[in-house]
Design a protein around this ligand. Structure first.
Ligand code: ATP
Ligand code: MG
Length: 569
């Protein structure tokens, strides 16, 4: 066996490596990421971005273009194009000078269409949409030729020019490729290549009132940019014969190779832009960048890092198999990324006051807290301790079971990094709710260990009543409650939204150092989860934290303990 175990290449990387070894395309490698600027990018796009830009990075000569497929003026907007650029950059990729727009090729595409007409390979068809459908046939029956199929070249040229000049109404004519109405592949049954749309385009303004169709535009844009490997998702496999047909008939200098891979599907979410758009427009979420959305901008707001998304794409890999990826895998990627680097802080989401009766009222104590349980390099901070302390309501039980190692009447617990305290008394309000605990501390236990070596199992976090800050915490959870929200075709996917996907807690208490957290910095609230600052609503005086992810997978089949244990020291 060889010493260097080469990593196993996926099937696309194998093809590329072989092509380069064989000097195909003069050893060039040019890929492209071709978004349509009609919505925001989502985690599925990240898979394609990581593949196309990632491949280009793996070879010295590799280049990846960012090309906007902007052929549908009805749905596209510069707002989307700008957001897409920002997202690709944020993920860590760079197109350099290679930013293109399909609309840059409108003149050239028009010339190609004229060439097809002159070759007798395209014709203007004047059937209406309904008639076109009737002529198309079905998967089992061949289609019928359009009565306009045999128009002369001169007639077609004259009509196509008139279409371009705005002399015809929308829907009155389309330019179609003349291929084969009996083809078993529906895409080859004289597909439309140009249609009349009397709409301004966000880049070309009112210059055009005819617009090229996707299949025609895409392959010719690829060829024009001298793309070598045109990577797309599986649903385009049936379009490949058409992709090749246009390039063969027009004898373009380059003929990129289209290769299909399976798209990313994730459990507990919907992925299509159309459905994400519905959630936004019907105010089911707070915009495209709502932290519950699986858009790149939503994930960013949620506190996901670019590295965690790139890791995720690496882990899921590239194949031709259709499958659904467990959302837990994505969540684990962000946990694994943040765990070694996120500074630890203390905060309590549901505060319960404890008064340490034997601690002098006017005394304070600067407690040294480690910023990370494993990484000494991350240093320490001091947190002020005093007589009145907040702990989390869930860390006290009036009548705790044996295995509950936190506070209960007569029980002793460790306040993280500080002291051991024992609960002597609890006070209830008129509704019978516990509102305060009275405890005593062991003055000899500074740092958290008992002088006599007695064992205290539980450790809980705390915040000083005098020094702690108020904070709002947004607990985000999965947006859908069912694994596959689109499974039942008779039920609107929105019926499957998780009603508890956002829980807002006000009046949480956090240690003062959290006020210095930066917008793109993640922290771990010990025992609670990973959090980031909510940039839109936080101010220096009013802090809002977004939960990125819990410390453990609460959705996993096995029932975990509800509050995760404190990391071992
Ligand atoms: P959607 O279906 O969400 O509307 P789309 O395919 O229409 O997405 P485009 O802007 O056309 O969106 O996509 C740009 C690129 O991203 C395409 O090459 C497409 O194949 C790829 N892509 C889109 N969704 C996924 C996905 N779920 N997994 C992998 N690649 C994807
Ligand atoms: Mg698309």
């Amino acid at each position: 066996m060889s010493e260097n175990k080469a990593p196993k290449l996926d099937f696309i990387r194998t093809i590329v490596a072989t092509d380069i070894a064989n000097d195909k395309n003069d050893s060039r490698l040019v890929t492209r990421f071709p978004p349509e600027p009609n919505g925001y990018l989502h985690i599925g796009h990240a898979k394609s971005i990581c593949l196309n830009f990632g491949l280009a990075e793996e070879y010295e000569q590799g280049v990846c273009h960012l090309r906007f497929d902007d052929t549908n003026p009805a749905k596209e907007d510069t707002e989307y194009a700008e957001a897409i650029k920002e997202d690709v950059k944020w993920l860590g990729f760079d197109w350099g000078d290679n930013l293109f727009y399909a609309s840059d090729y409108f003149d050239q595409l028009y010339d190609y269409a004229v060439q097809l007409i002159e070759m007798g390979k395209a014709y203007v068809c004047s059937l209406n949409a309904e008639e076109v459908r009737e002529h198309r046939g079905t998967l089992t029956e061949p289609g019928k030729d359009s009565p306009y199929r045999d128009r002369t070249v001169a007639e077609n040229l004259q009509l196509f020019t008139a279409m371009k000049n705005g002399e015809h109404e929308e829907g009155s004519h389309v330019l179609r490729a003349k291929i084969d109405m009996a083809s078993p592949n529906m895409n080859m049954r004289d597909p439309a290549i140009y249609r009349i749309r009397k709409l301004d385009h966000h880049r070309t303004g009112d210059k055009w009132c005819i617009y090229p169709m996707y299949d025609f535009t895409h392959c010719l844009s690829d060829a024009t940019e001298r793309i070598t490997h045109s990577l797309c998702t599986l649903e385009f496999a049936d379009h490949r014969p058409l992709y090749d047909w246009f390039l063969d008939v027009l004898q373009t200098r380059d003929h990129p190779q289209q290769i299909e891979f399976s798209r990313l599907n994730l459990t507990y979410t919907v992925m299509s832009k159309r459905k994400l758009m519905q959630l936004v427009q019907e105010n089911m979420v707070n915009g495209w960048d709502d932290p519950r959305m699986l858009t790149i901008s939503g994930l960013r707001k949620r506190g996901y890092t670019p590295a965690s998304i790139r890791d995720f794409c690496k882990i899921i890999g590239i194949s031709k198999r259709d499958s659904s990826t467990d959302m837990g895998i994505l969540e684990n990627c962000i946990r694994n990324d943040l765990n070694p680097i996120a500074p630890r802080r203390m905060g309590v989401l549901k505060p319960l006051k404890i008064v340490i009766t034997n601690y002098p009222e006017d005394q304070e104590d600067e407690i040294i807290c480690k910023n990370h349980p494993k990484d000494e390099g991350m240093g320490t901070r001091t947190v002020t301790f005093g007589r009145d302390i907040w702990i989390d309501r869930d860390d006290f039980m009036e009548d705790p079971p044996k295995k509950f190692f936190r506070l209960g009447p007569g029980r002793e617990v460790r306040l993280r990094f500080a002291y051991l305290v024992t609960c002597d008394e609890y006070i209830k309000d008129e509704n019978g709710e516990v509102v305060e605990l009275r405890c005593t501390y062991d003055p000899e236990s500074r740092g958290g260990s008992a002088p006599d070596g007695r064992k205290v199992k539980g450790t809980i976090q705390w915040v000083s009543v005098k020094h702690g800050l108020d904070c709002e915490v947004r607990l985000y959870d999965r947006l859908f409650k069912s694994e596959n929200p689109e499974e039942d075709k008779d039920v609107d996917f929105k019926e499957n939204l998780n009603p508890d996907s956002l829980q807002v807690l006000t009046n949480c208490k956090i240690e003062p150092s959290i006020a210095n957290t930066k917008v793109d910095e993640q922290i771990q609230l010990e025992r609670v989860g990973f959090f980031c600052l909510e940039a839109r609503t936080s101010t220096p005086d009013s802090i809002v934290l977004n939960r990125t992810v819990t410390l453990r997978d609460n959705w996993a089949g096995k029932q975990g303990t509800k509050t995760p244990k404190m990391n071992k020291k």
